[in-house]
Write a protein that binds this ligand. Structure first.
Ligand SMILES: Cc1cc2nc3c(=O)[nH]c(=O)nc-3n(C[C@H](O)[C@H](O)[C@H](O)COP(=O)(O)OP(=O)(O)OC[C@H]3O[C@@H](n4cnc5c(N)ncnc54)[C@H](O)[C@@H]3O)c2cc1C
Length: 407
């Protein structure tokens, strides 16, 4: 039976980042992916913060172009489709606020494939078209059973996405809450900004809707509650976006997927095992993005695997270093989950309308003292709004903590 230092389950951004980290440090690394091609099929809005794209280790590199050159370009032949400087937030029908955070829309299949090439160049063995079906302890290692035979490894890193199969195989608690994401790729570029719609009046079961411009088409999608009809809501949302005037024949692709929404799972390690990315519940539970967080958490798990090999210890205590190391990063801040609870479970359509009307026309990249004071004075109008004001502050804080880590 083939024996490896590290075995990675899942060939998404998280697994590719973890694998590149361990292989670069000389550990024998195999990555097992159930699909026959990296980056296909997948569901993604394809928006990512420019800051994170260029600052994180293991993000795909682009030939000889420097990061500066790329940011100046609007279009070029790489996985980068558009550089977008403005985000617009539509709150109900009464308010539109903007923010200036540089964001990039990507060709996600190509993005994942470039990451796979980087992993391969670092020495990772990629085993595609193979599903991991069981993981069991064996002589101080793990035995990993797959549809193409069994493997042994000192450490397995579960990067198997929202289904979190390996988390269950290891007897850990998987994410408890999921939302559904559905999207149409629509011919033509309908907006220059990244648009986000929070509108509980027209769409009771929708958390938010988005419209992200790419080179030749626009990604329009919705995140909705689990027990709802996502396609019906998406079709209603498309009709609602009258300024786009979308015709059926302009829809070139439909995609759908689930996204963990309950925040990080409580325990992300066990003997010889760590779990990262979506499988660990590590998504941004306000915007539900997870590419950057996956790449970062995969890299941290990979680093822990490298340190474990330096001292030859693979027990639970050693693996727990991974969880300790990740605790200080902004995406782990509990304020994000609190903001998620208030925005999606407590705030009513009227609350959104009211706050939306208060910040209509504002640039909310950073609020000035004067703007904060104005909001506070407005909330004094009624005791119920005063209580909501402190909750709105939690949402604002959660927004600012999470927005750099993906949409
Ligand atoms: C509709 C939608 C829109 C989104 N939009 C954005 C966005 O705009 N920006 C953003 O940052 N994020 C977005 N996300 C979230 C983002 O796609 C995920 O957070 C990201 O893909 C997580 O990466 P991952 O590597 O952890 O998991 P995945 O990308 O899901 O990769 C996991 C891999 O594991 C493989 N696998 C699973 N089980 C097994 C097994 N037993 N054996 C072998 N292989 C296995 C799967 O085939 C898959 O390839 C969106 C998600 C959805 C559903």
């Amino acid at each position: 039976m083939a024996v490896y230092d590290v075995l990675i389950v899942g060939g998404g951004p998280t697994g590719l980042s973890a694998a590149t980290t361990t292989a670069k440090q000389g550990l024998s690394t195999i990555l097992i992916e159930e699909h026959t091609k990296i980056g296909q099929p997948l569901a993604c809005g394809e928006g990512i913060s420019a800051d994170k794209l260029f600052s994180l280790e293991n993000m795909p590199k682009i030939n000889s172009q420097t990061n500066d050159q790329i940011l100046r370009l609007q279009q070029h032949e790489s996985f980068i489709e558009r550089v977008v400087n403005t985000q617009r937030f539509f709150f109900g029908s009464k308010g539109v606020a903007t923010a200036n955070i540089k964001t990039i829309t990507i060709n996600r299949p190509l993005f994942d494939q470039i990451m796979a090439k980087q992993a391969h160049n670092a020495g990772v063995e990629l085993l595609l078209g193979t599903q991991v079906i069981a993981i069991n302890p064996k002589n101080g290692r793990l035995e990993i059973k797959t549809t193409n035979g069994s493997y042994e490894a000192n450490i397995a890193i579960g990067c198997d996405g929202p289904s979190a199969h390996t988390v269950r195989m290891m007897g850990l608690q998987p994410p408890t809450e999921y939302v559904q994401g559905v999207e149409y790729k629509i011919q033509g570029v309908h907006t220059d900004a990244l648009d986000f719609y929070f509108d509980f009046n027209h769409f009771k079961k929708m958390h938010y809707g988005w419209s992200f411009p790419k080179k030749k088409h626009t990604n329009v999608g919705v995140v909705v509650e689990p027990a709802s009809k996502p396609m019906k809501i998406l079709n209603q949302f498309i009709k609602h976006l009258r300024y786009m005037d979308i015709k059926d024949e302009e829809i070139i692709q439909k995609i759908a997927g689930i996204i963990p929404a309950s925040g990080p799972i409580p325990k992300r390690y066990s003997n010889n095992y760590m779990v990262a990315g979506d499988a660990a519940g590590l998504t941004n539970s306000i915007f539900y993005g997870g590419i950057s967080i996956g790449i970062h958490s995969g890299m941290l798990a990979g680093q822990t695997a490298v340190e474990a090999h330096e001292i030859g210890k693979f027990d639970e205590q050693q693996m727990s270093e991974y969880q300790k190391n990740s605790q200080s990063y902004p995406y782990m801040d509990p304020i994000i989950q609190q903001a998620h609870e208030i925005l999606y479970n407590k705030f009513s359509a009227d609350d959104i309308e009211t706050f939306g009307s208060w910040i209509d026309g504002w640039d909310i990249t950073t609020l000035s003292m004067f703007q904060k004071l104005r909001l506070f004075l407005k909330s004094l109008i009624s005791p119920s709004m005063l209580k909501k004001f402190s909750e709105a502050r939690i949402i604002a804080h959660g927004f600012s903590k999470s927005r750099d880590w993906g949409f």
